[in-house]
Design a binder for this molecule. Structure first.
Ligand SMILES: Nc1nc2c(ncn2[C@@H]2O[C@H](COP(=O)(O)OP(=O)(O)OP(=O)(O)O)[C@@H](O)[C@H]2O)c(=O)[nH]1
Ligand SMILES: [Mg+2]
Length: 363
């Protein structure tokens, strides 16, 4: 699934240092000549593409990039130091446009490309430069040249790594808002999300991945029921699906009288498993490859069971049994820990989920 990540930034080159007006003054050397040194060059702002970055996330926090000014020249023909260039790293695939007219200035198509956005100003020449046969003692020097500045728009087409799928109301949008800076609409009625939302999940410096929150799926989605079907094709292009199950469906079972020990747990797990298979069936009917995709099964709304200690853990192990008994397609090596449980309300389990996803994406 492709989305546009965008950042607006300002880059400013350093000014050139001023040339110096100075004359040699030494004991016993009458009329020493002019010895004003040149100003240093201002630093430039250079962009460089790298595969170590996947998003423009870092530009949300730093929007202006200023290179150093060159230092002024001084006497005894001493040149001012050049201002340092700064290198701004961008992910491969970044397109750089001028903000005011949208003109494309550079397109980073591969790793290691460098492009100078604004050049530092030249240093001014000191008065020592202006000596001529008739003009032995120039009392002037050049000022430093101003560094350029530009307001830029950076654009990156993002490919989502993970898609969040599940029935309406499972809490997909709440989860993406917990994992990333995305602020999708969240509400207690089905089909709140009408088009996918995208969020960038930051794991650590230079480690992030992109999650897409897909509108809720229902039975019959593959034939066009509900909304999610329009987006099934996008799921094809993500690497992992998080299949989010709504813990609310278990609530009825917490109050069931147990005719035999563990009966309510078994029934609850069976119901959740039935719902899980129903969505998987939709994926399979739409495209069998979707069902083969790496999947992480997660039960949301764990906070609803705080009053029934052990209930959710028992349901999880029962669910696991059902998974391994089921179709061989979902008999995967990673099943020992699934389903995971999280609460988007309390935040429980979300950190661990991010790490599970990151590990699978980077393996
Ligand atoms: N108690 C509890 N409620 C939650 C939790 N996560 C989400 N909810 C609630 O569940 C409801 C649905 O959440 P959404 O995030 O909009 O669900 P969705 O899966 O995006 O729904 P659609 O966009 O309709 O497919 C909202 O009222 C949320 O506040 C949770 O961990 N615990
Ligand atoms: Mg939603």
């Amino acid at each position: 699934m492709r989305f546009i990540d965008e950042a607006k930034i300002k880059v400013m080159a350093g000014h050139g240092g001023r040339g110096c007006i100075s004359f040699r003054r030494e004991k016993f050397v009458p009329r020493g000549g002019p010895d004003g040194g040149d100003g240093g060059k201002g630093g430039s702002v250079v962009f460089e593409s790298t595969t170590n970055l996947a998003t423009l996330q870092d530009f949300r926090f730093k929007r202006s990039y200023q290179a150093e000014n060159g230092l002024h020249g001084s006497g005894k023909n001493k040149a001012g130091r050049d201002g340092e260039d700064i290198t701004v790293l961008v992910p491969v695939g970044t397109l750089i446009k001028r903000q005011d007219d949208g003109e494309i200035l550079f397109d980073f198509t591969e790793s290691g490309q460098r492009w100078t956005a604004v050049k530092g100003g030249r240093g001014g020449k000191g008065n020592a430069h202006f000596v001529t046969a008739v003009f032995q003692a120039p009392k002037f020097a050049q000022p430093g040249e101003e560094g350029g500045s530009l307001e830029l728009t950076l654009e990156l087409k993002l490919l989502a790594d993970v898609s969040l799928i599940g029935y309406p109301n499972a809490g997909k949008s709440t989860l993406i808002s917990r994992m990333s800076a995305a602020h999708p609409k969240i509400a207690d009625y089905p089909f709140t999300t009408l088009t996918p939302n995208l969020g960038v999940v930051k794991v650590a410096d230079f480690q992030s991945f992109v999650v897409a929150d897909i509108p809720g799926l229902i039975e019959g989605a593959h034939k066009g029921l509900g909304l999610g079907h329009k987006f099934l094709k996008h799921i094809e292009r993500t690497r992992i699906t998080v299949h989010l199950l709504d813990g609310t469906h278990l609530l009825d079972f917490t109050t069931l009288p147990d005719d035999e020990p563990g009966a309510s747990v078994k029934k609850g797990a069976k119901e959740l498993h039935r719902l899980y298979l129903a969505i998987r069936k939709e994926l399979e009917l739409y495209n069998p490859e979707l069902a083969d995709k790496d999947e992480v099964i997660v039960i949301n709304k764990a906070d609803l069971f705080l009053g029934q200690p052990g209930f959710l853990d028992d349901v999880k192990s029962e669910f696991r049994k059902l998974l391994t008994q089921g179709s061989k397609k979902i008999d995967r090596k990673l099943l020992t820990k699934e389903p995971y449980s999280i609460s988007c309300a309390s935040g429980e389990g979300i950190h661990d989920l991010i790490h599970v996803l990151w590990e699978r994406l980077s393996s």
